[in-house]
Design a protein around this ligand. Structure first.
Ligand SMILES: [Zn+2]
Length: 310
């Protein structure tokens, strides 16, 4: 049994333009880090394209068609002030979304213990009918719906430790009792959602952190709020929105996490998955914009996943 690593070269062809933080070099940095001998036992596969039918479980067909029609023949087109598409973006978005869906299939089938999807564009800011925050399709939320429809999962949880609140996932899950969303994130910060009192139908657990907070506050937020709620929810599948932009070196936010904090939270989520759903867990990359911090944080995250799989 193994940890599955999914990526696709098309994810490098989503070009956001000069100086944009969400750039192809992010995946190259992760790829370099995961080339080390310590990662030899990863099962590596290319991500398939997502079926439009799977995407349209979350995003209305009109929205999916709008995204497709917005893809320019050359150069760039802005969907909002920071969400940019280029000629390669459609294929990249299909592969990025397809990675999470396929990872669910493989883990559900018992072909892997768990999986990490090293893909872009990210997804957790994409609302059902709105692209934003560098995100086109919400791959993790789509994967959660896929786990229900294709595999009969009754209760699916997403835990999101990206420094930004996953407004898109929260919006998608808002009135769904059997879908859990738990998030630590900096507040105030983009996108502005994620307050403690945003609770959906008792299925949303936000734990906002203050600028300057470090691993102590981060761990306390999990210990006191998110992990007990996750335990009570008792998921039969667990997904992670794995953003590494809460790292102290990240240029987009002011939290002060280090690699050991990402290893810790990964371990805790593996523990929860082990307790409730035979370890079935799929993690997908969201943010992380300092290349060195992103690479070392993603590496320790994957190493921790592999530890559980061995
Ligand atoms: Zn982020």
């Amino acid at each position: 049994m193994t940890t599955l690593l999914l990526t696709h070269p098309a994810c490098l062809l989503h070009d956001t333009g000069y100086g944009h933080p969400e750039r192809a070099d992010r995946l190259r940095a992760i790829d370099d880090a995961l080339a080390a001998a310590a990662f030899n036992s990863l099962k590596r596969e290319e991500a398939p394209r997502a079926d439009l039918a799977a995407i349209e479980r979350l995003h209305p067909k009109a929205y999916v068609e709008m995204v497709k029609a917005s893809i320019p023949q050359r150069d760039h087109k802005m969907l909002d002030s920071d969400t940019i598409v280029s000629p390669g973006s459609w294929e990249a978005a299909l592969r990025a979304t397809g990675a999470s869906i396929y990872a669910v299939d493989r883990v559900m089938a018992g072909d892997a213990d768990n999986a990490f999807c090293a893909v872009r564009p990210p997804g957790h800011h994409a609302e059902p009918s709105r692209a934003m925050g560098f995100c086109l399709f919400n791959g993790v939320a789509i994967a959660a719906l896929h786990a229900r429809v294709a595999h009969g999962a009754e209760r699916v949880a997403v835990v999101d430790f990206d420094v930004h609140h996953g407004n898109g996932t929260q919006a998608a899950f808002w009135s769904e009792r059997d879908l859990f969303y738990g998030s630590t994130h900096q507040m105030p910060l983009f996108p502005g959602t994620g307050a403690l009192d945003e609770t959906g139908v008792g299925n949303i657990f936000n734990a906002p952190l203050k600028p300057g907070d470090d691993g102590d506050e981060f761990r306390a937020a999990y210990e006191t709020r998110i992990l007990p709620a996750l335990d009570a929810f008792a998921p039969d599948f667990l997904l992670i929105s794995a953003g590494f932009d809460a790292h102290l070196k990240d240029p987009l936010a002011q939290l002060r996490m280090v690699e050991a904090d990402f290893a810790w939270v990964t371990g805790k989520l593996l523990e929860a998955a082990g307790k409730h759903c035979k370890g079935k867990l799929v993690s997908t990359l969201e943010g992380g914009y300092d290349l060195d911090a992103l690479a070392s944080s993603a590496a320790i995250h994957v190493e921790t996943l592999m530890g559980a799989a061995s």
